[in-house]
Design a protein around this ligand. Structure first.
Ligand code: GLU
Ligand code: ZN
Length: 298
């Protein structure tokens, strides 16, 4: 007898840079429905990794909004701000084994190489007595292929397109790429469903998983909601916060965006909308594009 597939574990991982908006609700809803319709667990991780970019009160406001929309998560929230010791241990281990190195290149120098890091500090053995970033060495000809649950497969020659990438910043903050990989492993996530704006980060995450010997979750990237100018709806483009009193309306808009069945009028609570939607969830009905304009919701 073959072994049973690992039970589904999904997650939603917001950064508390502002309140929940329609774009982040769409991501939360899609990952929730995909988990629930697969009898899976749905975990929450607060990516409070970058205090200067965070907004006071945003984390609590996101959690309140999720509850108001009926999106209850399983188990305790994992806060990245509580995980520094785990991140630091891995950075040390990678430095010791020579997979990672310290780098003091200026922004200006990096810009000159078109954003691709070509190993400038690899063999300089910089000391930790000065502010340095820590970068992961990317071997020549590292070709990473991502098979996505929705989008066309992505192939990236990591050395040529990205180069040695940052795992700890010069200001000593841990990089998103490192934290997300360690935490997806810590939470034993089998499925990562998130916005397509993170699709081209995925090869870096898969490379880190390979270097660290971690399981690779299945990835699915859904389209992001864009404004008339084609920009992702975000705090930067002043996406309005969601009014929790209108949770049902937001859920219906999000379902429409995801091209799912429309709940009937008698589904007039978040719970009834969510149970209707999770029984009918069709991942493959979600448009396989990177972005969709807000006007498609009109
Ligand atoms: N914290 C990231 C964001 O809010 C998402 C990370 C992820 O899903 O991998 O954009
Ligand atoms: Zn450097």
């Amino acid at each position: 007898m073959g072994s049973a597939p690992a039970p589904y574990v999904g997650r939603f991982a917001p950064s508390p840079t502002g309140p929940l908006h329609l774009g982040s609700l769409i991501c939360a809803l899609a990952s929730f429905l995909d988990a629930r319709s697969n009898d899976g667990r749905w975990l929450l991780r607060m990516e409070d990794l970058d205090p200067p970019r965070e907004q006071p009160g945003a984390a609590d406001s996101i959690l309140d909004s999720l509850r108001a929309h009926g999106l209850y998560w399983d188990g305790p929230v994992l806060w990245q701000s509580q995980r520094h010791a785990a991140y630091a241990a891995v950075v040390d281990q990678l430095l010791e084994s020579g997979r990672a190195f310290r780098c003091d290149c200026s922004r200006q120098m990096l810009a000159q190489s078109g954003g691709v890091y070509r190993g400038h500090c690899r063999n300089r053995n910089l000391s930790c007595n000065q502010p340095t970033a820590v970068r992961l060495r990317v071997d020549e000809d590292t070709l990473i292929q991502v098979d996505d649950g929705l989008q066309q497969a992505l192939q990236q020659n990591l050395a040529q397109e990205v180069g040695d990438f940052t795992i700890q910043r010069k200001d000593s903050l841990f990089a998103y790429q490192l934290a997300v990989v360690l935490d997806d492993a810590e939470q034993r996530c089998t499925h990562v469903l998130r916005g397509s704006d993170l699709y081209d980060s995925t090869p870096r995450q898969i490379y880190l998983q390979q270097v660290l010997g971690l399981e690779q979750p299945a990835y699915t990237h859904i389209p992001v909601i864009t404004n008339a100018a084609g920009q992702k709806l975000s705090k930067q483009t002043h996406a309005p916060a969601l009014d929790n009193a209108e949770a049902c309306r937001h859920l219906c808009l999000a379902l429409k965006f995801l091209n799912q069945a429309t709940p009937p009028a008698h589904c007039n609570t978040p719970d009834s909308i969510l149970s209707f939607a999770s029984e009918r969830w069709q991942l493959l009905a979600v448009p396989a594009t990177m972005g969709l304009p807000e006007s498609s919701l009109a």
